[in-house]
Design a binder for this molecule. Sequence first.
Ligand code: BGC
Length: 451
Amino acid sequence: MTNPFPSRFLWGAATAAYQVEGSPLADGAGPSIWHRFSHTPGRVANGDTGDVACDHYHRFREDVALMRELGLGAYRFSIAWGRVLPEGTGRVNERGLDFYRRLVDALREAGIAPVATLYHWDLPAALDDRGGWLNRDAADWFAEYAAVCYRALDDRIELWATLNEPWVVTDGGYLTGVLAPGHRSAFEAARAGHNLLRAHAAAVEAYRAEGRGRIGVVVNIEPKHPASDRPEDRAAAARADAYLNRHYLDPLLLGRYPEELAGIYGEAWSEVFDREAAAVRVPIDWLGLNYYTRNVVRHQPDVWPLAAARVRQSRSIHTETDWEVYPAGLEEALRWIAGRYGSVPLYVTENGAAFYDPPSPIDGRIDDPLRIAYLRDHLRAVGRALAAGVDVRGYFVWSLLDNLEWSHGFSKRFGIVHVDFATLARTIKASGHFYAGFKTNHEGPAYASNA
Ligand code: BGC
């Protein structure tokens, strides 16, 4: 097959502020909901916190040098809202902004395009005290913060993303409670989701007033496949699809919520959301898709609120987070988005896998053949989508570095660069070398197979 990757394809890797930076309160920053959550006993595995994480806050120059060694064309990172506005609104903390100014300057000097996400889950705690995403004013708070970032950084940012994975924010943060702020309420999840969308629209509008580059949003997608042809399993898969995949994309790109949501949320759904859905559809320049796995789904009435359960595929390989490895789902997701939502340029803004790696390198090396196979097969899936005519403009591995995997703490490693959390030493894994090679020759010859 001829090389399907265009020459201007953006090859990158991604991280998020709370997961890698460390020093969450340095230089006048205000605490986030993740700082509070991780400092609450029992919330994060092993009591891990982001207090040090990868110390990217101090070691970003070393990390930019690693990106260079990996031949990356782009780095997707997130800005910690509380570094920029310690109280969430009002007073701007220039010292916090300076960190991002230094980071993007270092990236530009290294010839790496900065891709900035404004919200990767670390809401300022001061705003949570005012209701957080449950407060309708959150849209204005977010637009105010976004505008400060645009003014400080827009001339050096390649792509802006408003939100990372609004579905995870609401499902993990407000419905199941496994992520900050750790609530368990369908009423709150539905409302927070709607306000996240309103906040996205407000931040895009603010960008149109003063930005010069390109702005979009990042969603996570998991194809939902029915476990059987039985009508109830098919209906369960359709509900799961509406709840995860269309919940945000339909309002963002079609201006309406999927009909199924009213049934799923029941009393917790408000007609106001449907009435306001058209207003969150504002033109975006690109769409980011995070893909990790698919789900096979069956009808199960006692599972709240979806009445659907995952059927684990015992013959498949699963990652350390127990996610099925299913590369064909990435091609499926890309084609599905292009077919359903039309011609918005797409980026795979996250894709990667947690597999076991030792805490320290062995003979100076980290050999991670399972991660290499995962990346190779998913990159080939992107290649197939490109060959089929889908407008994919870039791909970002999750993650550049092993980091704080949210409530799993440091127990799950996703990096193509290993971090020894005792010494903070970095070592490029075999998968990092593979990725560097794939970008150049689109096959990674050392690991090519006929699969
Ligand atoms: C998130 C990352 C996370 C990754 C692996 C995505 O949902 O954006 O922050 O580490 O998945 O769980």
